[in-house]
Design a protein around this ligand. Structure first.
Ligand code: SAH
Length: 230
């Protein structure tokens, strides 16, 4: 894995672009400057890594667009004392951005292939404080709940009931949700034991939030899910 002056220059340009789109938290901008995104995708695409684009990773999944990563991170309003759950480890890039802000992160992936390769990569890069879990994000991570924040990095067609109930009172969850391909970035705040408030933050596209785990290298069609109304 190598970083170069040229790639650092491209990162600097990406940071300027994120600033021009309204990302002004210096901790997020520093994370984008410090973390080489090209480590998380095929090395053949290193020079493309600093465009605002998604790329295919293993198991037919994608690393999210840099702007999407920055925007979701911004919505989380991270504090260094936070305990955070990420659903959809994928390449691990979003996880490192969150961890670099000092928060304690748990991250779940349903694709065995991605879980294994990303877990190894995170250790190799020195992110051994990130706790990677193999499992179904529809269940959240009850063993480690409650969380200050939850971030879902795949597109949901509804909000799985278990998730908002794994937030602390006052905790925030960021989830892209909607019936079709376009997902509404939604911030849910747990106001009390039983009350939640919702804010809509714009339309994004994501790979789907699928139920169940995939232990194979080849993706299988996911089981139908039962709808649970909050
Ligand atoms: N945060 C990732 C985004 C990867 S794409 C990154 O920075 O690269 C979203 C990921 O969510 C995919 O890897 C997909 O396999 C995973 N995913 C989809 N449904 C899931 C579920 N039920 N539980 C856990 N992960 C899930």
């Amino acid at each position: 894995m190598k970083d170069t002056h040229k790639l650092r220059g491209l990162r600097q340009r990406l940071v300027k672009y994120l600033q021009s789109r309204g990302i002004d938290d210096s901790r997020i901008l520093d994370a984008f400057m410090d973390i080489p995104r090209h480590y998380f995708i095929s090395k053949d695409f290193a020079e493309w890594a600093y465009r605002d684009e998604a790329f295919l990773i293993a198991a037919g999944q994608t690393i999210s667009h840099p702007y999407t990563v920055a925007f979701q991170t911004d919505l989380l309003q991270i504090k260094s004392s936070d305990k955070i759950l990420e659903i959809g480890t994928g390449s691990g890039y979003q996880a490192t951005v969150i961890a670099s802000m000092g928060a304690k992160l748990y991250t779940i992936e349903r694709q065995a292939e991605l879980y294994h390769t990303t877990n190894k990569l995170l250790i190799k890069l020195g992110y051994d404080r990130i706790r990677t879990l193999f499992g179904d994000g529809y269940q959240g991570a009850p063993r480690f709940a409650p969380f200050d924040k939850i971030i879902v990095t795949c597109g949901a067609s509804f909000i799985p009931k278990a998730l908002p109930y794994q937030l602390k009172i006052g905790g925030r969850m960021v989830i892209p949700v909607g019936e079709g391909e376009d997902k509404m970035m939604t911030v849910i705040t747990r106001e009390s034991e039983t009350e939640f408030s919702f804010e809509k933050k714009g339309i994004f596209k994501f790979v789907p939030f699928l139920e169940g785990i995939n232990e194979q290298k080849q993706s299988v069609i996911s089981k139908p899910v039962i709808r649970v109304k909050l």
